[in-house]
Design a protein around this ligand. Sequence first.
Ligand code: ATP
Ligand code: MG
Length: 170
Amino acid sequence: MRLFIALNPPDELRARLGELADFAHARCGGRRMPDESLHLTLAFLGEVEEAQALELVEWVQGLAIAPGKWRLDGWGCFKRPGIVWVGSQAPDPALEALQSMLWHTLEAHGLAGRPTRFIPHVTLLRRAVSLDTRSFPEVDLSWPYRQLELIQSFTDGCGARYRTLAVSQG
Ligand code: ATP
Ligand code: MG
């Protein structure tokens, strides 16, 4: 099954992010991520065997992460898949430490796929027609977090759907 580890935004922030997605969609086109799918990926694991998935569920359920606050203050894009996102302009040391801790353990368990660069972002649009966000309004959002989630990604005919398999302590 296809798995990733992510933070899910608190409800109020999810609604704010949804408004930004609407705004971006009106100007850039493409496929708007549904509100319930908005997230911050910390580690994309890809296809994982059933037995390994069960181990990951147990690991995540026993995990306690340092609570933090991620500040989102900018728009960005990834050209090739046409992704428009919001995230931060400067590196976030707490998120970097969290991502690094996760991959340290994941690699110790034989999982591969640690990216060469970690750019924390929330995807709002996929396959956008325009990637020009230069005239977009300023973003200044705060994302308090204290738990991460192990999530399964599957398709049901109308895009990717996510299902939370495990939530960390807290
Ligand atoms: P779809 O691929 O159908 O457009 P999706 O990208 O939302 O939908 P997944 O591809 O399963 O669904 O991705 C789940 C999460 O992992 C998303 O946040 C996605 O950006 C991220 N992700 C997917 N593939 C990779 C990858 N190769 N490297 C890093 N992150 C990835
Ligand atoms: Mg994808």
